[in-house]
Design a protein around this ligand. Structure first.
Ligand code: AMP
Length: 366
């Protein structure tokens, strides 16, 4: 049984690591010559929208999935006669366009930021007048890890932000004075069964995720997050893993964005949950029963950004699990992560603070 994966980054690599014990084989498509997942499975080297290679991927796979959301929906749609594709392409298309995403949240009555679509400098001026400042200007498409974003502190910043981003379709939204950032991850099977993981508490700096702790926050946040996630899962008759990120403001969850794939804030589930997000994604798309999403303890996951510190130093820390994605070092690049599963919340939080103090000393943890 072969799963074809468009994209062969670290998410694809961790999907393969989760799939081999289930007897699943993999085939990847990725433009990079030596992407992280290629060490584990055969790799078709070519563009994400290369029709010939996509056909080959479809012919050799039982089901096709993707490990990041900026793949071509049109190219994948052309494969639908040849192979099953999960998650649904409608969810993928929505996640690629911040305006479509906002409209979906509004339609499903999931609170989100106040926003305006911006296609001209005049529209930006009007949006800043309507929504107010501070606000965030974002490219509608192809944004990730804080790329394609500019903060406007006042209307005086319109000129600078327009020069920086104005070449692409944009969205302007209020800047949320959040106290916490959380995300929820869950799976839906083809039969309509859903399973949601304990809530993730996330800390970003410079737009990049640094730390996730789970389970996190009061039961009321978890209840809201579960309700919103299941609404999106049902809307798309979704199959696979879906993640939604929220800002927490005065006990409300305000949706920021969704990802129709396994998510960085769910990496702790490899050691910290009964079934990892990677295994549950595979179970869902292969029509197998979903596994328990229960936490085994209190987990913390710290991203390694730029370069992986010497393994000997990391592995000398008791209880630390190291995941090195075998990527070449580059500033701002996610090259690995570490996870720790504690018996108590306090022990977990102490570990997380200690790790961030060394790895990202200027990051503020709530
Ligand atoms: P995004 O690519 O939309 O997930 O943004 C990356 C990070 O930038 C978020 O996780 C937040 O830390 C920050 N951010 C993005 N949009 C906003 C906003 N409207 N208000 C406050 N912070 C934001």
């Amino acid at each position: 049984m072969t799963v074809g994966i468009v994209g062969a980054g670290q998410l694809g690599r961790m999907l393969a690591l989760a799939g081999y014990p289930l007897g699943v084989d993999f085939l990847f498509l990725d433009p990079a010559s030596r992407p992280p997942a290629a060490a584990l499975a055969p790799h078709l080297c070519g563009a994400f929208d290369d029709r010939r290679l996509l056909k080959q991927l479809a012919r050799r796979s039982e089901v096709v999935t993707f490990d990041w959301e900026n793949v071509s929906v049109a190219a994948l749609r052309a494969l639908k006669q040849d192979v099953r594709i999960s998650p649904p392409l409608a969810a993928l298309a929505t996640s690629q366009d911040r305006v479509a995403e906002k409209r979906l949240f509004e339609r499903l009555k999931i609170p989100t930021t106040r926003w305006r679509a911006v296609d001209s400098r005049t529209q930006l001026e009007r949006a800043v007048r309507d929504i107010g400042a501070p606000g965030v200007l974002k490219t509608r498409r192809l944004g990730y890890d804080g790329k394609g974003q500019a903060v406007l502190r006042s209307s005086a910043d319109v000129e600078r932000a327009w020069l920086e981003l104005g070449a692409a379709p944009l969205l302007y939204e209020e800047r949320v004075a959040f106290t916490h950032e959380v995300s929820v991850i869950g799976a839906r099977s083809a039969g309509g069964e859903t399973a949601v993981y304990p809530l993730n508490g996330n800390v970003h700096s410079q737009g990049i995720l640094r730390l996730t702790r789970a389970p996190y926050g009061p039961a009321s946040w978890q209840a809201l997050a579960n309700r919103y996630l299941v609404r999106v899962l049902e809307h798309f008759r979704y199959v696979g893993i879906l993640a939604i990120e929220f800002f927490v403001q005065r006990g409300r969850l305000v949706a920021n964005e969704m990802a129709p794939r396994v998510h960085n804030s769910g990496h702790w589930t490899i050691e910290g949950a009964v079934t990892s997000q990677f295994e549950n994604h595979l179970r869902a798309i292969l029509g197998l029963p979903l596994g328990s999403t229960r936490a085994r303890g209190y987990s913390a996951m710290v991203n390694l950004i730029g370069r992986v510190p010497p393994a000997g130093a990391l592995l000398a820390i008791p209880g630390l699990h190291l995941h090195d994605y075998a990527k070449s070092p580059r500033p701002g690049r996610k090259v690995g992560h570490c996870t720790f599963v504690a018996r108590t919340r306090a022990q977990r939080d102490r570990w997380a603070r200690g790790m961030l103090a060394t790895l990202a000393p200027n990051t503020r943890i709530p």
